[in-house]
Design a protein around this ligand. Sequence first.
Ligand code: IPE
Ligand code: IPE
Ligand code: MG
Length: 242
Amino acid sequence: MPQPTPAPPPPEHVAIIMDGNGRWATNRGWPRLVGHRKGAERVKQIVSAAPEMGIKWLTVYAFSTENWKRSTEEVLGIMSIFARYIQREADRLASEGVRLRFIGDRSRLDPKLQRLMSGIEERTAGFSRLNLTVAINYGGRDEILRAARALAQEVADGRLAPCDITEAAMAERLDTRGIPDPDLIIRTSGETRTSNFLVWQAAYGEYEFTSTLWPDFSPDELAAILVRFGNRQRRFGGVTPK
Ligand code: IPE
Ligand code: IPE
Ligand code: MG
């Protein structure tokens, strides 16, 4: 009897550029913030569904270093959604075994939000069923610059030799230290650019672009994308074995 082909392994680390909240709301004649609120609901749903799909690491892009260009009303509204998410989701994240981390430059964020962020990171540090990373005030170039400055300081202090600046040494100083590189990067809303997301880490990531706006992105669509990912051949510069 022919054996069924085993399902290809799921990507371990999925990263998502959650785009299209504003358009989702505008299309309905609603304020952009309604779209951001709806987007946060989607995050909850995807976070709950991800472990059952075999995903161990999930990273979501929530606010970029460039998003400060938006109106004060929108920026403050998004920040308050983050604070609410952390406060309201803490128990659920803990019960689902989710470890929450943040990447990005926190120094520009409201100190109260910074405290909420560190608090939930500490509270969930012992969990590992799903590693959720939220990128807030995150920019790939900014992250690389901060790491480069840290390396330069260590060299200036005589604690590090220039020849010890390796890929591993660099990775160790990025916000994502300890987090594996993303296997799959999904962007919603139809835009086909990376907008400064995981510039270093995505060097060999596979990309998927969908026209679905983030508030409409469902676990079913994620599952379909994972199937397509399973059919890809990743060569990492080598050749496919016969
Ligand atoms: C993504 O949705 C969320 C953030 C960037 C904060 P957008 O707000 O960019 O939505 P569009 O792209 O304007 O539709
Ligand atoms: C990327 O979306 C950032 C996030 C999803 C947080 P943007 O809407 O900011 O990207 P651009 O401006 O269209 O490139
Ligand atoms: Mg956008």
